[in-house]
Design a binder for this molecule. Structure first.
Ligand code: SAM
Length: 231
């Protein structure tokens, strides 16, 4: 008989999350306890469309509304770990999407500001945060490549879409000691880059590996026109 995950028993899905953490995260290089705990707690199946819930704990990205994706669990954990969060940190996320990564970050930092360019995604994410009782996440619709000036500076900035260059606006909104994690490359493949702003304001860049993200579209990203298939 097909499983009804909406009515499904939470323990069953917890067992799946435990399996996901064991096989997909700890078997790789995810060692940060706060990240592991958060990945165990947040119900990923509630952040995907109904017909995808069955696959929510598989080692894969999944399609969400507006032709976008919820990232592979391992990549979400890798980025969360790379941010080196402290409980007092103020975080900016660009690319709310389903809301899943913001929910993962919410127990690891003081406050999460997240920006999404698609209304429909921001709407569903807000609904999920309300239903799940997250009181420390604020969602805004807009062009995240410009950051969120009124709330800057941020201790950590996470960009969950791939851009051609690191937006200077985000560098400017990063606090001293802050970390920015962003996929940079072409539309097919990117390098996951971490930039740290040192105590002297100097920028230190590291390459954390190859990734594949949907495009970062905006003033300091790819243009929407170039992203259209004109054939
Ligand atoms: N963090 C998301 C999650 O957990 O589901 C992953 C979302 S998906 C990989 C990337 C998102 O970035 C898409 O929802 C896309 O619409 C959004 N995006 C792309 N360019 C953007 C921009 N300039 N500002 C805000 N959101 C943007």
């Amino acid at each position: 008989m097909a499983k009804d995950y909406n009515k499904g028993d939470l323990d069953e899905r917890l067992a799946e999350r435990e399996w996901m953490v064991q096989t997909q995260l700890m078997g790789r290089d995810i060692t940060n306890e706060a990240v592991v705990n958060s990945m165990l707690i947040v119900p990923r199946h509630k952040y995907v469309m109904e017909d995808k819930q069955e696959y929510a704990y598989y080692d894969t990205a999944l399609e969400i509304e507006a032709g976008q994706t919820i990232s592979q669990p391992y990549i979400v954990a890798l980025m969360a770990q790379a941010l080196e969060l402290k409980a007092s940190d103020k975080v900016l996320e660009i690319g709310t999407g389903s809301g899943y990564s913001a929910a993962i970050l919410s127990s690891m930092a003081a406050y999460i500001y997240t920006i999404e360019r698609h209304d429909i995604l921001a709407h569903f994410a807000k609904e999920r945060f309300q239903n799940e009782g997250y009181g420390n996440i604020e969602v805004r619709v807009g062009d995240g490549t410009l950051g969120w000036t009124e709330k800057a500076p941020f201790d950590a900035i996470l960009v969950t879409a791939g851009g051609p260059v690191i937006p200077d606006s985000l560098i400017n909104q990063l606090a001293i000691g802050g970390r920015l994690v962003i996929p940079i490359g072409d539309k097919g493949e990117q390098k996951l880059i971490r930039v740290k702003k040192t105590s002297t304001g100097e920028l230190k860049e590291e390459n954390l590996g190859q990734v594949r993200f949907v495009p970062l579209i905006g003033t300091k990203g790819w243009s929407e026109l170039n992203n259209m298939n004109l054939e």
